[in-house]
Design a protein around this ligand. Sequence first.
Ligand code: PFF
Length: 446
Amino acid sequence: MANAEREQWSTSFGFVAAAVGSAVGLGNMWRFSYLTAEKGGAAFVGLYLIFTLLVGLPILLAEMTIGRGASRSPVLALEHYGGRSWRLLGVLFVLTGFLILSYYSVIAGWTLRYAGELLWHGVPLNPGDHFSQVSQGWPAFLFHVSFMALTMAIVAGGVKRGIERVSVIAMPVLFVFVCGLALYAATLSGSEAGYAYYLNANFTNALSMDVVVSAAGQSFFSLSLGMGAMLTFASYLSRQSDLPREAIRIAAADFGVAFVAGLMVFPIVFALGVEGDVSESTLGALFVALPEAFSSMGLVGRFVGVIFFVALIVGALTSAISLLEVVVSAAVDGWAWSRGRAVIVAGGLITLIGSFAAWDLALLDAMDQVANNILLLLGALLLSVFVGWVMKNAETELAQGAGRLNWVGVWRFLLRWWVPIVLLFVLFHSVPKTLSNVRNLVFGLD
Ligand code: PFF
C-alpha cells in the first residue's frame, strides 16, 4: 500500500546523497579499474561512458519514475502499474539483490581487513601471498559477517535515521578522499605512463563483443540499475522532486568518481612499476598491486593506503545499504513485516549465501558475472519494455515536479526501441559466454 505514513527523505540532498551512495561503491574503484586494465584502457572507458549516457540514464529515469509514482517497493510498484504478472519482475529484482549483496559483502570484508591491517601493522611483506591467504576461508568469512552486521545495523535505522544520515556524511568524505588521492598520484614521478595507458584510446580493442558486454554490464552495475535499487530509493521521494535533475546529478557523480578513481589507480600503479599485476587482471588485482605500490612508498604509502581503503569501505557500505533495502522494503511492504524482522531475516540469509563466496573465489567470480552480465541486463531490458510499452502516463509522471519537458517523447522512444534492441543484442552475446565462463569457473574446467 502507498500509505500516508511511508517514510520520506528529509531533503532532496538526502535523497541524492543516498542514491549517489548506492551508485558509488566497489564498482567505481575496484571493478572499474580492474575491468579497464583487463579490457584495454581508455577505449573501454569511452564505451562505458556511451552506455551510461544512452542506455543507463534512460533506465535510471524509468526506475525513478516508477518508484516515485507508485510509492511502493519494486514488487508492488510493478503490480500497481502493470498488473499481477509483472510482480515477477519485482521478484527477479529482489533475488538479484540477494545474489549481489552476498558476494559484494565478501569483497567489502577484504577492504575492512586491509584498512585495519594497514593502520595497525603496515603493508604486508608479500601482498600476493597475503591476498591468497585472507581472501578465502575463515578470515574472509569473519570480515564478511562483520560487514553485513554493519550494513544491517544502518538499514534497521530506517530511511531517514539510518540510510540518509549515514549517506549525507559519508559521500562528501568519499569525494574528498578520492580527489585527494588523485592529486597525490599526480605528484609521483613516472605517473605519465599511467595517464597514457588510461587516457589514450585504442579503439581496435574496444570493438570486440566481449568489451562491449563488459562495458554494458559495468554501466548498470555502477549506476545500481536493473534490480530496483533506484526504484526503491525513489519510492521515498516526495511528488515535488525534479527527477531529471536528480538523475543527472547521480549519473554525473557516479561517472566522476569512477573516472577520478582511475586517475589515482593507474598513475600510482605505473609510477611504482607494478602494472604487470594489474594487467593480468583478476578479482584481486587491486588488492595486490596497490599494496605493493604502497609498500615502496614507506610511511606515506601506509597513510595513502589507509585513506584508499577507508574510501572503499565507505563506498561499499552505502551501496550495500541500498542492496539490502531492496529486499527489506519488499518484505515490509509485501508481507507487512516490521523493518527489524525483515533486516534480520534477509540479512541473515544473505550472510549465509555469501559465506559460500567467502570460501571459494571462483564461485565469487561466477556470481559476479551472472549478476552483471545476465541478471542486471535482463532486469533492465524488462524494465524498459515495461515503461516503454506497458505503463500508462509515464511521461506525465516523469514530468511531475520538473515543469515542462520537451524531450520526454525522446525518452519514451529510447525505452521502447533503442534500449531493448541494444540490450537484446548484448544479452545475445553475453548469455552463452557468461554461462560457459561460469561452467569453467565453478567446475574448474579452465
Ligand atoms: N553501484 C554499486 C557499485 O558500483 O559498487 C553496486 C550496486 C549497488 C549494484 C546497488 C546494484 C545495486 F542495486
